[in-house]
Design a protein around this ligand. Structure first.
Ligand code: GLN
Length: 231
């Protein structure tokens, strides 16, 4: 177990590093494309996807990130990270932005509205509970959260948010439909996407679930975190 010392400004990456450390796994920050060659799996944390895309472009990370996804190694995107992994994103205020892609789905970037419309909700995640045990529900922290609007046939839906009194009130966006179930966690092959922030809770079941996704093939290399952006 090797200690990770992320930059203090990269709060989301730090939270992931702490959770991984609790599970006995080394997390390293990725800043350069060539670093991706030395890691077994990748976590793309939340933040603000437009800014993150600009940073990733600046550091020329997109080609290497797409290559990484193609290798079939596990990649987990949370919130803005989920947006990056989607094949299609809608809900941008200004123009498009580059995505990594890989999960055959359409994501609405700001489905649940703005920062003040952030909320927490108990999610039913049968797949997580069957693999990791623990409480029947997982407490999802949604911060300016996206939602998955459509998935292709190869995508497994792991969690949906059933419209609640609270989320009905929050659905301010024009594309949001009250009373509709929206998808908030998906998996396609070794790609995992969550609209919420498991690293902000003390429940490490999602981290553990993700680590198991790739544990058979790649025991040796560390997991890694792309610290582009922060909430
Ligand atoms: N909605 C944000 C975006 O467009 C994501 C928010 C988050 O990652 N917490 O990037």
């Amino acid at each position: 177990l090797i200690e990770v010392i992320p930059l203090p400004s990269i709060r989301r990456a730090k939270s992931f590093a702490i959770a991984l450390r609790r599970l006995g796994v080394k997390g390293v920050e990725i800043r350069k494309p060539e670093q991706l060659q030395n890691v077994s799996s990748l976590i793309i944390p939340g933040g603000e996807s437009t800014t993150m895309a600009k940073l990733a472009e600046y550091h020329n990370l997109f080609p290497a990130l797409r290559e990484f996804v193609k290798t079939g190694k596990p990649v987990w995107g949370t919130c803005a990270g989920l947006i990056f992994l989607a094949d299609k994103a809608i809900g941008q205020k200004t123009g498009g932005q580059e995505l990594i892609g890989g999960i055959d789905c359409t994501v609405h970037r700001n489905y649940f509205g703005s920062q003040i419309q952030s909320f927490e909700a108990e999610l039913s995640v049968p797949e997580l509970v069957s693999k990791e045990g623990g409480p029947e529900t997982f407490r999802g922290v949604f911060i300016r959260a996206p939602a998955v609007l459509e998935v292709g046939p190869g995508v497994e839906v792991l969690a949906e948010l059933v419209s609640t009194e609270q989320s009905d009130l929050l659905l301010g966006e024009e594309n949001a439909v009250p009373e509709k179930k929206v998808i908030v966690a998906v998996k396609q092959g070794n790609l995992l996407g969550t609209a919420f922030h498991p690293e902000l809770t003390s429940d490490t079941r999602w981290h553990s679930y993700f680590l198991k996704m790739g544990s058979e093939a790649q025991e040796e290399s560390p997991s890694s975190i792309v610290p582009v952006g922060g909430v």
